[in-house]
Design a protein around this ligand. Structure first.
Ligand code: UGA
Length: 436
């Protein structure tokens, strides 16, 4: 099938490339010339494991190309996916900014030829697909098309695996022929028995928000339980096992940490709350999850301060990991971007390392943070080490060496990577999240 992907951001690029890997012929379009030039030259603007090789393979096999020209990309397409950004609006009210979606709808309308499905891949409020349909009909009354919603559930850092082996595919459709066409797009997954949830467009749009909100609630739940564990002297790791093995609860997303971050949970929880407000409803459980998440970051600042004897002023802190999670260079809403400025402001010296995110971090973090070439350089002469992001390369550090090069052997493990007893035996003053 001939597919056009509008937007070569994270979702568009991964999805377009994976569709090409399925055997479809995919054209990815973006307005940013520089990005398209880079992609045409084989350079991938984001870090996502395996993506560079998959792009190169599909380009060389003639199934994937990049252009800025809609006229070159849209007329032949049987399916046009819209995967442009939906950031929080600049008004700061939490609403999703749909400017780019509506602009894309307007721009593709006049180039549609023959029956085409227009699929919203971006995370959009309920009713957006209908607006897209209205815009296209107004621009081009002759256009023969259907709109559909096909939310994505990809995790950064594991996006290709998530795409190729999803738990389910959700499609929101309103006609048999659009359903048929979307099923054809995902045909290779049906051969692997991937369940498909076919529903109304509105249900599909809301399903995406509900999924992310539920996961955010789950993380905030375990973070709050972790705080209770600290107070009562219980162990959250064992507790998470104890509840997670119950199939009704499930063990995933029960890892306490410095709070969820990234481009999705923080933005989508706020957008969902705004959507329900418009309908005169409220989602108090999601509101609570958002509050708990910001409190969690403040709690982490206090934890670090306490471990430094009550004040971070004049102390050197080595920070391992800056991105919101491992295997990405993404710094959007990373807990580090809240926690580190708070420490810096109170007079701490911060020496940080991240395997992939230091270039991005410089844009998100205030001046004054020192970026080190490896984990050990960050730990050297420090009064405390904070493990912020659980990159694999921080899971087997030479701890004896670290203890030797630190000024004070204080290890603050915000991802519970290390075993408390082992750390104690090594002579560290160690603290995790929700463990004794
Ligand atoms: C999330 C969802 O997991 C995807 O299904 C969804 O498609 C995506 O948002 C999106 O809407 O595009 P992502 O933001 O890439 O994916 O990352 P996650 O792996 O979900 O992690 C989000 C945050 O939660 C990270 O900061 C992570 O450290 C934190 N987290 C996750 C925890 O603190 N504890 C956990 O147990 C799990």
């Amino acid at each position: 099938m001939k597919i056009t992907m509008i937007g070569t951001g994270y979702v568009g690029l991964v999805t377009g490339t994976c569709f090409a890997e399925f055997g479809h012929h995919v054209t990815c379009v973006d307005k940013i010339e520089d990005k398209i030039n880079q992609l045409q030259a084989g350079k991938i603007p984001i870090y996502e494991p395996g993506l560079d090789a998959l792009v190169a393979k599909n380009v060389s096999e003639g199934r994937l190309r990049f252009t800025t020209n809609l006229e070159d990309a849209v007329p032949e397409a049987e399916a046009v996916f819209i995967a442009v950004g939906t950031p929080s609006s600049r008004r700061g009210d939490g609403y999703a900014d749909l400017t780019y979606i509506y602009a894309a709808a307007k721009e593709i309308a006049s180039f549609l030829r023959g029956y085409t499905i227009i699929v919203d891949k971006s995370t959009v409020p309920v009713g957006t697909a209908r607006q897209v349909a209205r815009i296209i009909s107004e621009e081009n009354p002759q256009a023969d098309f259907d709109v559909a919603s096909n939310p994505e559930f990809l995790r950064e850092g594991a996006a290709i695996e998530d795409f190729m082996r999803p738990d389910r595919v959700v499609i929101g459709v309103e006609s048999d022929r659009s359903e048929q066409r979307l099923r054809e797009v995902y045909q290779p997954l049906f051969l692997r028995d991937t369940p498909i949830v076919s529903t109304s467009i509105e249900t599909a749009e809301l399903t995406k928000y509900a999924a992310n909100a539920f996961l955010a609630v789950k993380i905030s739940f375990i973070n709050e339980i972790a705080a209770v564990c600290e107070s009562v002297g219980a162990d959250v790791t064992a507790l998470a096992k104890g509840i997670g093995m119950d199939g009704r609860i499930g063990s995933k997303f029960l890892h306490p940490g410095p709070g969820y971050g990234g481009s999705c949970f923080p933005k989508d929880t706020l957008a969902l709350m705004r959507i329900v407000q418009e309908y005169g409803e409220s989602l108090r459980i999601v509101e609570a999850a958002v509050e708990v998440n910001s409190a969690q970051k403040a709690r982490m600042v206090k934890k670090i301060r306490d471990m430094l004897g009550g004040s971070e002023a004049g102390k050197t802190i080595g920070v391992l990991g800056l991105t919101f999670k491992p295997e990405t260079d993404d710094m959007r809403d990373a807990p580090a971007a809240t926690i580190l400025p708070a420490l810096l402001e109170k007079g701490a010296r911060i020496k940080a390392h991240d395997p992939k995110g230091m270039k991005e971090a410089k844009e998100y973090l205030p001046e004054g943070i020192e970026y080190m070439e490896n984990a050990y350089a960050a730990c050297e002469d420090s009064d405390a080490v904070v493990l912020m992001t659980e990159w694999n390369q921080y899971r087997a550090l030479d701890l004896a060496k670290i203890k030797k090069i630190m000024r004070e052997p204080v290890f603050i493990d915000l991802r519970n990577v290390y075993d408390p007893q082992t750390m104690k035996d090594l002579g560290f003053s160690y603290v995790g999240v929700g463990i004794k």
